[in-house]
Design a protein around this ligand. Sequence first.
Ligand code: UN1
Length: 513
Amino acid sequence: ATQFGIKEALTQLGIQEINEGTSTGINNFSSGEILESFSPVDGALIAKVTTTSAADYEKVMQAATEAFKVFRLIPAPKRGEIVRQFGEKLRQNKEALGKLVSYEMGKSLQEGYGEVQEMIDICDFAVGLSRQLHGLTMHSERPNHRMYEQYHPLGVVGIISAFNFPVAVWSWNAALALVCGDVCVWKPSEKTPLCGIACQNILAQVLQENKLPEGISCLITGDYTMGELMTNDGRIPLISATGSTRMGKIVAQTVAARLGKSLLELGGNNAIIVTPDADIKMTVIGAVFGAVGTAGQRCTSTRRLIIHENIYDKVAAALVAAYQQLRIGNPLDENNHVGPLIDADAVEKYNKALERAVAEGGKILVNGDVFSGEDYESGCYVKPAIVEAENSFEIVQCETFAPILYLLKYSGTVENAIAIQNNVVQGLSSAIMTNNLREAELFLSTAGSDCGIANVNIGTSGAEIGGAFGGEKETGGGRESGSDAWKVYMRRQTNTINYGSTLPLAQGIKFDL
Ligand code: UN1
């Protein structure tokens, strides 16, 4: 941790050798087991974290519940001011936090900074939103009556986030929840607990400077058992969970059993359709960044390319040539394009997926490999691979969180490509590369892509925060971040007021006493 200013970054962010993994603001405590965070960059132990015990969890929930009673009464634009200050602090800490993200999670430094930029962007968005949490007014059918709707805060929002975006996904939820008047309890991935602690430290400082009650932003750490406490907890009206479809199904069923709300952002199996009218240069950049960026560990990573047979060989050759240029290594070294996978388990899944693809009849176009030796001591560095495959292969139907790109061929019209693209259980992100207006518009039409995100002449990853983010089918249906995603963090109330001196009933019903 002595290289690339990591030590200084950890100090700046308040990360110590052993950290309390439970926090209700500036009050940090913890009595659970010790969790060790190792860097996939060099395999080194970064720091230890004391996880949250069931008793700690109870303290957190009490603090959060109490804080909500105060926080909900603060006017929304004033809550926006808190989020504005948080955004300012993120600007000051962008370099340190970006480095920690890169070091603890393994994504490239550029992407680490990009992730913090997403946090800053959502804060700016939320500040503006804090003056726009408006509902509609309606005309009542009764005389001297007024009807309108308003949005009230929900309460405690539980946030369960994944290792791959260890800071941004929390901020999408937290920034919106806070302007909406909710308080947050966050369980970051146990693979990236230090990112969680660093973010909590920054926000807690802002809350303290504004003399706000403890418990507005809380952190808990631990494994799925913590998640179970949250999903079963009737005091948490909304659980926002990002992660695997397997996890999401458990969360959805548990929360639904108590009729709570869940916002799910689960797996993707994202494809780019490449038609004969595609700009090949743009296609290669979009596809390669989509497939190897974050070492293929984004939920929006490009997993499948659906290429027209007439240009298939040309596109495949251009991709193979581009893959030869990739530099795999320490993500903090900005000369490298691709960093490590998160851990040994992910490397095994990558190996198994490549084996499966070949066993099912796939043809390797760019070999996979696991790097070893000097500079690769963590054992988590793998070579991005390209496999010629069929959409019907079982392995192509699965999301493997690794840089493996499947090339699929289509013939005839773009309808055939759209059918292939939609023929998976996931529905997060999708793209078409074409300069043909008819193809592009068909792809975006009712009969087009069935995903939550559909792009033209852009890859599948790297969405801006201003749009609603999420997907259909087994991606879970939730929408986070921009547009009107805020509505799920509030409860809607319809109000009808009678300012007359008689009591007419709706639907013309007569009831005289
Ligand atoms: C995720 O992988 O969970 O669109 C989020 C993107 C990023 C967010 C990805 N803005 O790729």
